[in-house]
Write a protein that binds this ligand. Sequence first.
Ligand SMILES: Cc1cc2nc3c(=O)[nH]c(=O)nc-3n(C[C@H](O)[C@H](O)[C@H](O)COP(=O)(O)O)c2cc1C
Length: 215
Amino acid sequence: MTEALLLSYKALPEVQPSALRAEAVDTIDLPRPDIEAGAPLMAALSRRKSQRTFSEAALPAAVLGEVLWAANGINRPETGGRTAPSAHAFNEIDVYAALPGGVYRYDPQGHRLILKHAVDARNLTGYQDFVGTAPLDLVYVVKMSRLLEMPSQQRETFSAVAAGCISQNVSLYCASAELATVVRGWINHRQLADALRLNEDELPILAQTIGKPAL
Ligand SMILES: Cc1cc2nc3c(=O)[nH]c(=O)nc-3n(C[C@H](O)[C@H](O)[C@H](O)COP(=O)(O)O)c2cc1C
C-alpha cells in the first residue's frame, strides 16, 4: 500500500466476502464492562495513536463487550444515556461489528450483538493490508430515518461528529486496554452497505479496526 494510494481514498476493485471463519450465531450476549479496569484517562490520552499492524488473534468476549460498550453503550440505565453524545440524543449511529463469524449490529439496550449477515465481511470494510485479518472491524452507520426532525443542513455534519465521538471512545478504550486501533474513512460505501445488509436509509461512514498489536 503506497502512501499516495492511501491519501487518495480512491475506490478500488470490489472483492467478495470471505468464507466464515467461526460459527455464526443469532445473538451474542456480551459480558458487562469492568468499569474499574484499564489505564486512567490521562494515561490513555498520552498513549492514543493510530496503529496499522494487528495480531490475528481473536479478542476475548470480555474485550468485545468492553469495546462495544465504550463505543456507544448505555452508561446511564435510568435515562438510556450513552457513552457517546449525539445531537438531541437521536442516536443516529448504529455500530456494526464485522467478525470472523459474521456481521452483527450492536444492540445497546440488550448489550448484545444481533446477526445481520452470516459472512466474514472484514475484508470488505476497507482496502488496507490489515483489513480482513485483524479480528474486529467496527463500522459506524448513520440511520437517516432517525434524523427526520433535524434540519436537513445539519444532518451530515452532526452525524459525522457523532460517529467521530464514538470512534474516539473506542480509540481511548484501546489505548487504555493496550489494544491497537485505527479509524478509517477509506471505505467502499456501496460494497459495505451490501455486506452489512443495510436498508436504503442507512449509510456507512467510518470503519475502525481493532486487535492486539502485532508482536
Ligand atoms: C475521519 C478520519 C478518517 C481516517 N481514515 C483513515 C483511513 O482510511 N486509513 C488510515 O490508515 N487512517 C485513517 N485515519 C487515521 C489518520 O491517518 C491518523 O489519525 C493520522 O495520521 C494521525 O495519526 P495518529 O492517529 O497516530 O495521531 C483517519 C482519521 C480520521 C479522523
